[in-house]
Design a protein around this ligand. Structure first.
Ligand code: AMP
Ligand code: MG
Length: 504
């Protein structure tokens, strides 16, 4: 394999900050497998620039060689990461079976970012898989991850999709593609589970140190013994980390609930320590509101249904806490008690943040004891009407009372009057409420039927125009306008997409 020449703005991590500084069992050095005819299909110029990369140089035929995995940047040492994970509740050995960390980029903001190729060929963790990915699923990840970013939700990013010129065989033959995924790291709960399964305390400690340095530097202050005893907070590194990770995961799942996002495969290998949404497989946004909504074709029991996401996140965090028990205390009983207390505090912490989020969706300032009932009663009404989740909140964000079906009902009017009475108690003017609501309630989400239409045009007709158009609208999801009507409309019955697939 030849080396790529370097004028792309690459700024690699120092060796000691790199994933490769972890114990050797945590990863395997391996290089991408070249593809037949790499062509850049989508390129994210804004992201490239924010990473300090030279977009003009990368978005070229030479750049396609690099982002397709045919050349490797001089001086980089690509690797695949080892990890385990509970898939639908069952433990498994996994690892990057089709993803290769090409290098870690030091961005102008000082943060390190993983630059990873997904679909880059087989690795030592591929098991029976071909290491490849289809164009449709990679475009889907690009569209939805970038939509999440624009919605203000923590997420891995998509730098580029490269078509490979090779088919991948799934149920049918699909055009192949490689996605360049960007993340502040790819460390997952499953990464800790891998080290714990080997009873490898040294690797666990190294992972904790890596994660704190990469994602939770502010905890270092809290961990100074003097400060910790003064403030009454725990000085046990592992416990402090569990609490910090829990906080970020709660913020994340609250954000998903806010916009009606259903991840679809909340296995422990799909939960990042950074708090970024990862692994856009069968995820989808809910159209009409129902708490039990499931799209994933493999989620038969509804384990990862919309309303189960907080409880599943708590379950996943419990698995994370278990991995750290040997670092909390030598005596297992002494370790279990404080870890259990922390995990049990999840529902209360979640409930508080969820309610604060619903207050923002409803334009409520301050706190009133009846706020929670006001929010849940609206959701119950939406469920009874199969009302569109996004459009209902957006309709409420306008100056006047929404009219027409389903709003012309006594039930809705009585709820609306209660809400108006509560708004009247706000300490801020109505304009402030409307502004808060319009920044909390998107007008545009990546609706499944729109996404599928765009992907179909790209995969079967090689027509990227609908994808580009969709990406443009999704870039400003809180801005409404007459030109956006087509993207706001819920699916007609014949357009409804009820199932999504992992696409692996
Ligand atoms: P995911 O469903 O993407 O979370 O993947 C679960 C596991 O399967 C991970 O270890 C992936 O790397 C692996 N995997 C998924 N698709 C493939 C593939 N086509 N070839 C090899 N490994 C794969
Ligand atoms: Mg995964």
């Amino acid at each position: 394999m030849s080396n790529a020449s370097p004028p792309y703005g690459f700024r690699f991590a120092d060796p000691e900050n790199s994933y490769a500084s972890l114990p050797a069992s945590m990863f395997a050095h391996c290089e991408p497998t070249a593809v037949k005819a790499p062509v850049i299909t989508l390129f994210n110029t804004a992201l490239a620039t924010s990473l300090g990369l030279d977009a003009a140089a990368l978005n070229t035929p030479e750049g396609a060689m690099l982002l397709g995995g045919n050349t490797v940047p001089a001086g980089s040492t690509p690797l695949a990461q080892a990890y385990a994970g509970h898939q639908f509740g069952h433990p498994n050995m996994l690892g990057d079976g089709r993803a290769i960390l090409l290098f870690e980029q030091r961005a102008p903001d000082g943060q390190l970012y993983d630059i990873q190729l997904k679909g880059a060929g087989r690795t030592p963790y591929s098991r029976g898989g071909d290491g490849r990915a289809g164009l449709g699923p990679m475009l889907r990840e690009y569209i939805i991850s970038e939509a999440m970013q624009a919605l203000g939700i923590a997420t891995t990013r998509s730098l580029a999709v490269v078509s490979t010129g090779e088919p991948v065989q799934r149920e049918t033959a699909l055009p192949g593609a490689v996605l360049t995924r960007v993340a502040t790291s790819h460390v997952r709960v499953g990464t800790f589970q891998f080290a714990a399964s080997r009873e490898d305390k040294a690797s666990l400690q190294a992972l904790v140190d890596f994660v704190i340095a990469r994602h939770y530097l502010q905890l270092k202050l809290q961990l100074q013994p003097q400060l910790a005893s003064d403030s009454g907070s725990a000085s046990n590194t592992a416990l402090v980390l569990i609490e910090a990770v829990m906080d970020r995961q709660i913020d994340l799942v609250v954000d998903w609930m806010r916009v009606g996002f259903i991840h679809g495969v909340l296995n422990t290998d799909n939960v990042t320590l950074s708090g970024e949404t990862i692994d856009y497989g069968p995820c989808a946004f809910m159209d009409s509101y129902h708490p039990e909504t499931v799209f994933s074709s493999i989620d038969h029991q509804g384990r990862y249904a919309y309303a189960n996401q907080p409880a599943i996140t708590q379950w996943n965090l419990a698995r994370f806490a278990e991995t750290l028990l040997p670092l909390i205390a030598d005596d297992p009983e002494q370790a279990v008690a404080p870890a259990t207390d922390l995990i049990r505090s999840f529902p209360q912490r979640y409930a508080e943040k969820w309610l604060a989020m619903m207050r923002r969706k409803l334009g409520l300032f301050g706190e009133d004891p009846a706020d929670e009932a006001l929010a849940t009663d609206l959701l119950k009404w939406m469920q009874s009407q199969a009302a569109d989740y996004t459009n209902t909140f957006r309709d409420l964000s306008s100056e006047t009372r929404p009219e027409g079906a389903p709003y012309d009902s006594a039930d809705f009017r009585s709820w609306y009057d209660r809400w108006q009475a509560r708004l009247a108690k706000n300490t801020k003017p109505l304009a402030s409420s409307l502004c808060l609501m319009r920044n909390s309630n998107p007008a545009i989400i990546p609706r499944n039927h729109q996404v599928e239409k765009a992907l179909d045009a790209a995969s079967s007709q090689n027509d990227l125009a609908p994808t580009q158009q969709l990406l443009a609208v999704l870039a400003t999801p809180y801005e409404d306008g007459p030109d956006k009507a087509a993207f706001k409309a819920p699916p007609a019955p014949e357009e409804r997409v009820c199932q999504t697939f992992c696409g692996t």
